[in-house]
Design a binder for this molecule. Structure first.
Ligand SMILES: NC(=O)c1ccc[n+]([C@@H]2O[C@H](COP(=O)([O-])OP(=O)(O)OC[C@H]3O[C@@H](n4cnc5c(N)ncnc54)[C@H](OP(=O)(O)O)[C@@H]3O)[C@@H](O)[C@H]2O)c1
Length: 319
């Protein structure tokens, strides 16, 4: 815990995850105190972050005592919860427990990271293509997580809504629906050749969270669609293939209406193979404003270069 009132203390959920660990590192770099819970105190990520000074309490998001022990003495909260696609009530329930406990512990600012799709539900939902029933239920669950933060009574709150993670194309996230790029050198998706793919680097999400923590007033009450770069699907796959660097090409396969309808009828959880509303994701981002808030956002090429070891390992390329 901070020994000086000038140094804020931030409680980071998902601290061992992609956004959370990036945020922990950025906050520790500027000397802020960082606290978190983890279910596995012996994991290599916990060991690495603890070595940087992140203080972990063993426990989960359902363990009120562990949450209170972690949140006691914190000024700020970063909330990023995982969805449970078989229980859409779970994440909102956890958000309410964490925000309630945070408020009881005196936390005054919260930044929550959800997903870009929740923007489609704003103002009663006027998306050009409505999300299907399953995706809609997922987004409504995320929206309730956002609402828990808004309703909790924080002095300042900010909602970050990240776009499609660049990290989906590499391990470990590639396992959650994107192995086709690795195994078949194709990516079947419900975009069109002309619809921009809003890509986000998880390190940039952390940079937005850190910016909001530094300037609570400027970010208060904002719902920000967060992307790092917007490019066409085939351009993204060309850059990925170039980064893999073994001469392969990766081809986008754009699904037709019938295929999409079939995937939707089957209740696919692969949103990029069943949700044509994703074609409009760039309607919910404002790249000029994003660059103004956080200059120097990461391009997909820069991400692939930074993660080149992960790219090589994911795609089985040996030097
Ligand atoms: N992939 C995309 O394109 C995309 C786009 C927009 C939004 N999102 C959203 O981003 C979120 C995932 O963020 P991320 O990728 O940064 O996370 P992540 O890398 O998947 O990490 C998840 C973290 O959650 C923690 N965790 C999981 N279950 C827990 C529990 N029951 N109690 C306490 N901690 C628990 C784990 O910590 P321990 O194991 O240490 O306990 C782990 O560090 C999801 O909500 C997803 O919907 C993803």
């Amino acid at each position: 815990m901070s020994t000086s009132p000038a140094v804020p203390t931030v409680f980071v959920t998902s601290a061992t995850g992609s956004q959370g660990s990036a945020l922990c590192r950025q906050l520790r770099e500027v000397g802020w105190d960082v606290r978190a819970t983890t279910r596995d105190p012996s994991s290599p990520t916990v060991t690495a972050l603890a070595a940087l000074g992140v203080h972990f309490t063993p426990g989960s998001w359902d363990d009120e005592d562990a949450l209170r022990a972690g949140l006691e003495g914190c000024d700020k909260l970063f909330l990023c919860l995982l969805p449970n696609l078989t229980d859409f009530e779970q994440a909102p329930r956890r958000a309410q427990l964490i925000t309630k406990t945070a408020r009881a512990c005196g936390v005054r600012q919260a930044v929550v990271s959800t997903t870009l799709g929740t923007a489609m539900l704003d103002d009663g939902g006027a998306a050009p293509i409505a999300p299907g029933a399953f995706f809609g239920a997922h987004l409504a669950s995320k929206q309730r997580v956002e609402q828990a933060v808004v309703d909790a009574g924080f002095e300042h709150w900010t909602i970050l809504r990240p776009a499609f993670f660049m990290a989906n194309f590499i391990a470990p996230k590639i396992e959650f629906g994107y192995t086709e790029t690795r195994d078949r050198s194709t990516w079947t998706n419900c975009m069109t050749p002309d619809s921009p793919l809003s890509l986000v680097d998880h390190v940039d999400i952390a940079r937005f969270a850190a910016a909001a923590f530094r300037d609570p007033g400027a970010f208060h009450g904002r719902r920000i669609g967060v992307a790092s770069e917007e490019i066409l699907v085939q351009d993204a796959l060309d850059r990925l293939a170039a980064a893999i660097g073994d001469g392969r090409a990766i081809k986008a396969i754009f699904m037709g209406d019938e295929e999409i309808a079939k995937a939707q009828a089957e209740g696919s959880w692969l949103f990029f193979a069943s949700e044509p509303c994703c074609r409009y994701m760039s309607d919910y981002t404002d790249m000029a404003e994003l660059v103004r808030l956080v200059p120097g956002l990461t391009t997909f090429e820069q991400f692939l270069e930074r993660e080149r070891e992960g790219v090589r390992q994911t795609y089985g390329v040996h030097c």
